[in-house]
Design a protein around this ligand. Structure first.
Ligand code: NAD
Ligand code: LMR
Length: 332
């Protein structure tokens, strides 16, 4: 085996983690590397992880290294290369007598988790650690965590790959193409009902969506709302939020970051804005990204946005700014 990677997963006893964790050690996500796992849960459920570790041992994963579990995040974070921050409360449940309807309702419940975790990652994670926030509201949780980490050599991301995968599926049905023929499905902005899935810059068999789809009525009245509301539709149908598709999207994000992105291609995740595309600096915004040969992840800056796209994207930027304002008490 060439080398090893240490991956920390929070929310390890939850439903996303149950699909996610086996895929981290299956020899595909990190290629030939040995994968050491540290699984983190809250004290009330941490002992359940013993059963998950037993199952991992029973599964015969040749690439699996050491597997530990703990409720001590600070200890877990030491020298980790990757952090998959899934641990948090999902919407669709009743919390303190109130049904959680929107991801933003989770801000006051989940936001605090990311202050302590961010601080520990900044102090103890590897200098080039990559952090993917899955727990909602993912962008603003990542914003809180990155601020607390105060370590600019680390990369904080919030997951929008699930939205991108959902949008690819809708586009492939509309255009009667294989899903593998759909690339560059960019999600601009927030992982929330304001996200802007870009049907103009998506690539279908090498042709831009602006040409291949050519049906703006469908884009506005069906495509965009269906992608924006897909998380809710799954919750309504399943009685629980997306889990296996969320886990697959987290794996897709890790793979996209671990391998150089082919020329002309991009993938979707939200990272801190450096002012690109006129987004105010610092907010964690969904962008088209690419992984460079040296392993750094950067924004693809040559995408043309129409006036329609700019107006939709602005709605999501404004929402991110409102969320930033709502968590200013958590900033130091
Ligand atoms: P779940 O309730 O099944 O599991 C969450 C787990 O996190 C629980 O076991 C809980 O004990 C644990 N947890 C809570 N606080 C923690 C902490 N401080 N440290 C470690 N663990 C902690 O929920 P789930 O379905 O796995 O979803 C997890 C989160 O992911 C939710 O916030 C959900 O909304 C979000 N989500 C995001 C996306 C996305 O595309 N970004 C997609 C699906 C779900
Ligand atoms: C999703 O998009 O499925 C998740 O963010 C869960 C949710 O609350 O919608």
């Amino acid at each position: 085996m060439s080398s090893s990677v240490k991956v920390v997963v929070t929310g390890a006893a939850g439903q996303i983690a149950y699909s996610l964790i086996p895929r981290l050690v299956d020899g595909k996500t990190f290629g030939n590397k040995k994968v050491n796992l540290t699984l983190v849960e809250i004290p009330q459920v941490v002992e359940k992880l013993k059963g998950l570790v037993m199952e991992l041992e029973d599964s015969y994963f040749p690439n699996m290294g050491e597997v530990k579990y703990t409720d001590n995040f600070e200890e877990a974070s030491k020298d980790a290369d990757w952090f998959l921050l899934v641990g948090s409360i999902p919407r669709g449940i009743v919390y303190n007598g109130k049904k959680i309807e929107e991801r933003s309702d989770l801000l006051s419940i989940n936001g605090g988790i990311f202050v302590d975790q961010g601080k520990a990652i900044g102090e103890h994670g590897k200098a080039n650690a990559k952090i993917l926030v899955v727990g909602n509201p993912a962008n603003t949780n990542a914003f809180i965590g990155k601020n607390a980490a105060n370590n600019d050599s680390q990369l904080w991301m919030a997951m929008t790959m699930l939205d991108s995968n959902r949008a690819k599926s809708v586009i492939s049905k509309k255009t009667n193409t294989d899903i593998s023929d759909v690339t560059n499905m960019i999600i601009w902005g927030n992982h929330s009902p304001t996200m802007y899935p870009d049907s103009e810059n998506v690539c279908i068999n090498g042709v831009l969506g602006s040409e291949a789809i050519n049906d703006m009525t469908w884009v506005e009245s069906e495509f965009i709302p269906s992608v924006q509301q897909r998380g809710k539709a799954v919750i309504d149908a399943r009685g629980a939020s997306s889990a296996t598709s969320a886990a697959k999207a987290a794996i897709d994000t890790v793979i996209a970051c671990e391998n150089p992105t082919p020329s002309g291609i991009c993938f979707s995740a939200a990272i801190a804005s450096d002012g690109s595309y006129d987004v105010p600096e610092g907010i964690i915004c969904g962008y088209p990204l690419m992984t460079l040969e040296d392993g750094t992840v950067d924004i693809k800056r040559d995408i043309a946005l129409s006036d329609f796209a700019k107006s939709k994207f602005q709605i999501s930027i404004d929402e991110l700014l409102e969320e930033k304002e709502a968590v200013k008490h958590l900033m130091k």
